[in-house]
Write a protein that binds this ligand. Sequence first.
Ligand code: NG1
Ligand code: ZN
Length: 533
Amino acid sequence: MDTQILAASKKHPKPDRVFQYGTAGFRMKAILLDSVVFRVGLVAALRSRKLGGQTIGVMITASHNPPEDNGVKLVDPMGEMLENSWEAYSTELANAKDEDVPKVYKSLEEKLKINPETPARVIYARDTRPSGPKLVQALVDALEAAGAEYTDYKLLTTPQLHYLTRCTNTEGTPQSYGEVSEKGYYEKLSEAFVRAMKGKKTSGPVTVDCANGVGGPKLTELLKFLPKASAGGVDIKIINDDVLKAEVLNHECGADYVKTKQRAPPSSKAGNNERSCSLDGDADRIIYYFNDAEHGFRLLDGDKIATLAASFIGDLAREARLIDELKIGVVQTAYANGASTKYVEKQLGLPVVCTPTGVKWLHHAATKFDVGVYFEANGHGTVVFSQQALKAFHTKEPESPAQAAALETLRALSDLINQTVGDALSDMLLVETILAHKTWTPREWDLTYVDLPNRLVRVEVGDRNLFKTTDAERKLVEPQGVQEQIDALVKKYKDGRSFARASGTEDAVRVYAEAATRSEADDLASKVAGIVK
Ligand code: NG1
Ligand code: ZN
């Protein structure tokens, strides 16, 4: 195997760079990624062998980043993000000299007590970026050199690959997560959607901006499985679904554009008070918004989706008389608007946990609840249900028709929601279901609480690694003295809150600030940015 790995590795030489498995795997300009993807393929094989031949997923995507970027990340058997300790092994292999690749591979095998005879199984997919096919070749070269079995799922959304990874590993067991195919994914979602809607109707259309990414063709496919709008489906108007022109991906559209620019994509023609949403380039994030005749653009971000889901599921749990036996909670990051946190704690009466940025942290914290709702403010999130919760949904004896109906809706939701990872298509159907049940327009949803004005600033610094945090990234411990200066400033602002942390995906420090008024939030953000600069 050594000679095969060495020969294959030589075909994928490493550029003079230091690589790091970050918040979302490896992500950078696609031209730098060839050796990284090759070595990630080797890690996937090792990981699969370590787990007794369970299937590992590899996704090639750079999500909301520009078309010339790409990235690669690993998916663990239950569809979760790669276990933390393996990020370091991936980084180690990614940075090895070309000629040392077989040696580092072998040393990992020995250190982790991996039996090279155990089968290795890997599935993979990619988004629509033009650099994808070449990177897939690098991956295949690694899988062959490492003697792994593999299946190419071609173009998929990131959450579809997570779904397939879990389905593959649970096939034929009582924990089966669904049929192991793309069609199985659409069938599962559409059947669950029909059950969750229970004859309720959505009102008016929803304009879905697909960021000109893989979400466009996949949503078109999903629509073939959903009932027509007139028969209880959703009237979906797809925009920005051009996947043939590479340069338009995430360009003036998509969830990241809408969230950061706080405006609808220029291509959107949605009328006042009409629902709109935007996916990102690999369809694992979603943001809702609408235009209010009086107040203009209104964003319904990840926090608003989390609060909507938590309130609906909380009500169902009460109706199902499960509220005392199930622990329901919401997981956020420091970027969640303070008003949303207050709303969950005070209005919904549910606990909120704050974790560092990055879905893996949120997901992990959410699994500590029976029903864990987690979302990043930027729209990446989902709901996870414990085995105990699922069992209760299926075995609780209802004593009234209302209780039976609530249990049935909970069962449907647990199938509708992609529990492996945030999934824009699944989250969209969840939001549509909840709004239909509540007979809410986006306006009523928006009015549940009022976001505190906030500002996110990107600050270029000499060395972002100097910024070390604690308390779920809400406080700086280094550079010394900086946190004290931030604290002193924050005190001067009504409802002020601000923090600074090094980005895990960009070479910069991010400063977030919120306060009672727009001008105070802007002022606080720029003053804190001035401190960290
Ligand atoms: P960084 O660059 O570490 O702030 C960004 C997002 C995260 C997450 C990751 C992965 C913000 C403030 N940060 O992380 O929420 O989505 O990218 O894509 O939105
Ligand atoms: Zn994404």
